[in-house]
Ligand binder design. Structure first.
Ligand SMILES: Cc1cc2nc3c(=O)[nH]c(=O)nc-3n(C[C@H](O)[C@H](O)[C@H](O)COP(=O)(O)OP(=O)(O)OC[C@H]3O[C@@H](n4cnc5c(N)ncnc54)[C@H](O)[C@@H]3O)c2cc1C
Length: 308
């Protein structure tokens, strides 16, 4: 039986600790509850938006007049090298589990916050690995119908999946076919990754990860490619462009761009979505003016009237 709450502040549910209130809010723990929540939205003519770990969200200060559905479906089963995971399971739990079982292929995703479903939605990745590498298929709920989508159906690309074009497709379960690996080696890789990540993300940092997507080198104009210092897995980091236009250390209200990383926007405490948006826009515009490049947010913007 679902419990409907009213006027729930969403800042509690984002790693950035920003976000106004949702008029209605439901946390669901099973597919049945998810179906009930969708019926509630339909019966009451409410728009709805699903969230999970809230680690890739910038929610406006005004919040949402509709319904927020927080996905907390949990579970993990293993058969040979095939893993079936409920979408609300934390990605870290899955990464830890695979390493413990000597299963290779997602160990470099160590320390990425959020859920497995959220990771699939945006094809999360790090250090050359992505969540889609070992993915076989996902189970989605569309209205009150369930279906499976194969890896091919999901049209994965850099930080992209077909789900971004189908906001009413909700992932409930994800299936992976893992490779076999050496447990000690997997542990070593994961801890090396963790050490590198600690340099970017201080403990307890209030942020949504990198804000803008990196750019794929082969999609940039040739004349620009020669100025780029280094190839990061076929990409040019967004921070490089942002750094050239002086983003490092810039502030607006309580939002600060890291002194060490020009694509990392931090809430120093009590920051607003309006200030975040304005600061992001300021430097996006500067990059466009100087390089003619359009930076695109990797983070999902929710409840804004204007596009970034
Ligand atoms: C400190 C930090 C470091 C990070 N590092 C990385 C990194 O290295 N690589 C990387 O790729 N990302 C990184 N991120 C971003 C983020 O962790 C990932 O994008 C994560 O996978 C998002 O999952 P989530 O559950 O938090 O999604 P949420 O933020 O809750 O939601 C994000 C989007 O996914 C949709 N969504 C969520 N669950 C489902 C579902 N089950 N079905 C359909 N749609 C769904 C939501 O509607 C929303 O549009 C980082 C974030 C932080 C805070």
């Amino acid at each position: 039986m679902i419990k409907i709450q009213e006027n729930v502040l969403l800042e509690r549910y984002t790693t950035l600790r920003i976000g106004g209130a949702a008029k209605y809010f439901i946390e669901v723990y099973s597919i049945e509850e998810l179906k009930e929540a969708l019926h509630y939205a339909k019966d009451n003519a409410l728009t709805y938006y699903v969230i999970a770990g809230g680690s890739d969200l910038l929610i406006s200060d005004e919040g949402l007049s509709g319904l927020i559905i927080k996905l907390s479906l949990q579970g993990l089963t293993l058969e040979d090298a095939r893993i079936i995971v409920a979408s609300g399971t934390s990605l870290q739990k899955l990464v830890d589990y695979t390493i413990e079982h000597g299963l290779a292929g997602i160990e470099k995703l160590n320390n990425i916050p959020g859920s497995v479903g959220g990771a699939v939605y945006g094809n999360a990745g790090a250090f050359g690995q992505t969540i889609s590498d070992k993915l076989i298929r996902v189970r989605v709920l569309v209205g009150d119908k369930e279906k499976y989508l194969s890896k091919q159906d999901l049209e994965f690309d850099y930080r992209e999946s077909v789900l971004k074009n189908h906001k009413d497709w909700i992932i409930t379960e994800v299936e992976f076919e893992m490779g076999m690996g050496d447990r000690e080696l997997l542990r070593k890789t994961a801890s090396e990754v963790l050490e590198t990540r600690k340099q970017k993300y201080a403990l307890g940092i209030k942020c949504p990860g990198s804000f803008f997507k990196n750019l794929l080198i082969n999609r940039l104009p040739i004349e620009l490619q020669k100025d780029i210092p280094k190839d990061y897995f076929g990409k040019v980091p967004a921070w490089w462009f942002l750094e050239q236009v002086g983003a490092k250390g810039a502030t607006r209200g309580q939002i600060k761009i890291s002194d060490h990383h020009a694509n990392l926007y931090i809430n120093q405490g009590g920051g607003t979505a309006a200030d975040f948006f304005a600061l992001a826009k300021e430097y996006k515009d500067k990059v466009k003016d100087r390089f003619g490049v359009d930076l695109e947010p990797e983070v999902q913007l929710v409840g804004f009237k204007e596009e970034l």
